[in-house]
Design a protein around this ligand. Sequence first.
Ligand SMILES: C[S@@+](CC[C@H](N)C(=O)[O-])C[C@H]1O[C@@H](n2cnc3c(N)ncnc32)[C@H](O)[C@@H]1O
Length: 284
Amino acid sequence: MGAQELDLAGLRRVYGRPGSRLFYTRVARNARHWGWTEPGQSKWRLWRAQRQLEDVLGRKLALPADARVLDAGSGAGVVARAMADRFGLAITGVDVLDFHVAEARRLSTRTGLAQRTSFTWGDYHQLPFPDGTFDGAYSMETLVHSYDPPRALAEFHRVLRPGGRLVLLGPMSTVPLDEMAPRERALLEPYLDAMVMTGAKIYHARNLPQLLTEAGFEVEEALDATPYYLPTTEAVHAYFWLPWAVLRRFGDPARWLNLRSTVEMYDVREYVAWYVHTAVKPQE
Ligand SMILES: C[S@@+](CC[C@H](N)C(=O)[O-])C[C@H]1O[C@@H](n2cnc3c(N)ncnc32)[C@H](O)[C@@H]1O
């Protein structure tokens, strides 16, 4: 089980080191998420894949324009702005890293989307909003960091109105860690620890639908999207394994955690599935 408390210092390490920030701002153009590649498309077009993944989220949310939507773990706000710009949604982002909140606000102002996107500092396990505030909520690759996934899901449930929709996108292990062969577990666990992916040690592809149900949701769909994600994993590995090998050999690997994550995701790909879960808070 996880530590059951927020590891802010760990998250600051993962996202705040100059190497990580450089990687995310310059290479990933502020997005901190993977991509979606359709069959037959080139895997090398990473930015297009990221935009397509955002579109998948917008379609799964399936909410009308002006719907109020929570972005749990909003990073620099790339996804929030995509939802506002392409789907007309009114997004409230919450992130536990102050520099992400500041960056998200700055970029929204610069792109003219500050009216439709707002960003607040907060921990999504204890959200600063009254019950029933939102028509929808999503987590784009952030639940992996949860120190208490059942509590996070209960909190998403609380802030949604009856009939509100939840979409969770992200990676998880295919089976519980203790069912993995020792060699597989030895590969995956240190990676999850280094990246503060505590949630991914608690939930997995088998139990997440059950956790959603226990939090009060009706699960509409548990889509195994691994085939759409794998091309991004292959491409980023091909692009970055050499820079990572050089930095690991001659530099301080701890300074480049996100580059490490990007490359090592490839090594653990056999045990990792990518899912899109869509769930609804039942009408009263
Ligand atoms: C992989 S990034 C994804 C960011 C954004 N969703 C995107 O796709 O660009 C994960 C984000 O979750 C945030 N986060 C992690 N734990 C959190 C928590 N308990 N409450 C709020 N945000 C959290 C991190 O600070 C980080 O910005």
